[in-house]
Design a protein around this ligand. Sequence first.
Ligand code: AMP
Ligand code: GLY
Length: 425
Amino acid sequence: MKVLVIGSGGREHALVWKIRQSPRVSKVFCAPGNAGIAGQAECVDINVDNIPRLLDFARREKIEMTLVGPEAPLTNGIVDSFKEAGLSVFGPTARAAAIEGSKVWAKTLMDKYNIPTAGFAIFSDPVSAGDYIKKNGAPCVVKADGLAAGKGVIVCATAEQALAAVEDIMVKSVFGSAGKRVVIEECLEGEEVSVMAFTDGETVVPMVSAQDHKQVFEADCGPNTGGMGAYAPAPVCTPEISQSALEDILKPMVSALAREGYPYQGVLYAGLMITRQGIKTLEFNVRFGDPEAQPLLMLLETDLIDICESVVTGTLALQKVSWKKGSSVCVVLASGGYPGYYSTGYSIEGLEGLPDDLQVFHAGTKIKDGQLVTSGGRVLGVTTFAPDIQEAITKAYDGVNRIKFKDMHYRKDIGHKALNRHPCR
Ligand code: AMP
Ligand code: GLY
């Protein structure tokens, strides 16, 4: 079987790595891919936004399964186009993917179907948003409605910060048309966890829980990034919390979308806050998390292609999905300065001779003049598996310590929240 993966990050490298383990797969393509992916798949120089060219390619190569990594092509309708052309594609349609593409729509649905989430109000003009902030005060969270490359959420400690966020989003349009509307939310306190599930629109099969590390510095300090590391399972997600995530959040959202006429297929990601009042939904994503996908795919025992097929054909209820016992950790190595300004083009050393059970998933890398160099904010994700979390952390950092590039930055506390907790899933 020929498979196409769309995207160019660490998540897509992990997808390619996992798919190549399937005895059913004869060839893997990745568009556009990166320098690491190029070692395991044939990279095709087509941007993720160019749906017509991706479709042409898939038809020409007779691709039998396409997996879409990032959200933008999903919300832009890549699945609709491929399905219309009779191609098998894993992911939600544009209408279903709008739960990530529009926070207003996601909150409206959560409200309508009683899915637990932070209290909120929606605004389409900055004056009313400002009045609301002056009346209700801080802390609060201001969110641009549309996709903003992970930067559209501003957690505000003071009313002044919230007013400035509204000004930036709605008046200065720093996120373009994504900021035409804003959601202003109650600020929740607690620990975050990511719970993802496979769904064919009816059956919902949860994955092992995972925890991301969004802030750039240790102890969750500094600005939010795309994610500086992740591990799975996350012991903070007790069996009771996992059950509640499935029954109160994931299944209700899948049936809500079906009832609205937009059946959902693919991976549904719930970003949750574990508060004293129970779990609440921070966001839905319509794809694997990045970097959560890296440890999750390392733990997944089942052939991913079998799962994708059962999702696409609506037979997930008949598909067994099993996970390795143990823990997996991914430490992201980033360019110094990220998520702000950073330089690229630095040569990357130390990737040879690493232990076999350690995978270095590439994100922002490319080959320049025959040399592997940095080309993005998040550069590599050093990912390991071990029987327990402490061992997985130690192994991951042993790998990290052998890799070098100029101004390399990484968090030294990935997985630490899981230590000293009773392990469970
Ligand atoms: P989102 O993209 O909506 O998940 O938001 C990005 C990050 O902002 C989340 O991972 C949280 O750390 C934070 N965040 C979002 N909504 C809230 C909220 N209502 N209360 C506190 N923090 C939040
Ligand atoms: N790691 C968070 C995300 O993928 O959105």
